[in-house]
Ligand binder design. Sequence first.
Ligand code: GLU
Length: 418
Amino acid sequence: MEIYDHPTFRMACQQFDLVADHLQIPHDERDRLKLPKRALTVALPIHRDDGSTQVLFGYRVQHFLTLGPTKGGLRFHPDVQLGEVAALAMWMSWKCALTGLPYGGAKGGVACDPTTMSKTELERLTRRYTQEMIPFIGPQVDVMAPDLGTNEQVMAWMMDTYSVHAGHTVPSIVTGKPVGLGGSLGRREATGRGVAYLVNRATDTIGLDIGKSTAVVQGYGNVGSIAALSLARYGAKVIAVSDVRGGIYNENGLDLFALERHVASRRTVLGFPEAQPISNEQLLLLPCDILVPAALERQITQANAGQIKCRILAEAANGPTTPEADAILNQRPEVFVIPDVLCNAGGVIVSYFEWVQDLQSFFWGETEIVDKLFRLLETAFTQVLAASRKQKISMRLAALSLGVKRVQEAKRIRGLFP
Ligand code: GLU
């Protein structure tokens, strides 16, 4: 499948091959499980504010359709490519299967830099992308959500564009919408909150007092910032955070409320008083108890995996650790890894709740949502930990194996048509 060739896709395939070996999946069944079912690439001509026309490229990959609609985020980032999106779609499949959601995985993206675009340009781009995707999406076909570089507003424009086309309001076409449009309470916080819940469970598991722990968070977007705040609520001291421009560090802990005000006005963590600057590379190597990569893929690599100095590696991002880094971490039992497909699953879990609420037009309170979220995460965490201990395998291999196996079983039971 050369069309998907990309370092992140190769990484997702490498991980899959390890899982397939572990589960002893027959070789002739592997491609059927691994390769995305379908993909759409679209050229998106848009008017820029200066009157010029620009064509951007958009993608959507749906990994497998066996269990219901596909589900996954839409990202706006300059480096987006088809192969990256395909890898992210594959991870969404294992994530949804691991947590028991009735979805296949999907992911979409547009190669653009949203930080240099005006709000009206973003709106035109989003509406054009949605318009081009109409034959490919639907509440029972494929449901998008926010990811890197997209947010509630982008979801609102998508829902509006789709609804205008349908001739009636269709809230269930996207999740992560504003609450006033049929979004779910607790969706925006769900991923970060879930990360902190699982970190707390991991501290119990390894006998670490979270009230005396220190945390470092790479990436201060929706996921990283909420994860930092939620970890602080559990009693952890957040000593360093970063965004795309660099990081800030204070060994005595950062005042997260003051930081929130700083980021709201400056749009970056840089320049925050009472902290020293630190690069993103140095930040990953800081001695701490909890390290949370919450930014891009492939951050923990062969080059730094031997040097990270945390007790818990909580993968809030998708694919932050390469398979080569994994091989090193597997030799470091002092580092407890909460793998991405488990660690960041809170987002898609509450997306599922949002979709269910939209379909039934009956909405739940926030307490109910948080309670249901923690129950699903608890079940998944317990199952992954049990499999890891029983089979003496890494938490990642355990998590991915549980996900892949469920997909394999679903495909086997439905059979191959005709
Ligand atoms: N983009 C998020 C993820 O990677 C959420 C996906 C969703 O809610 O559908 O898990």
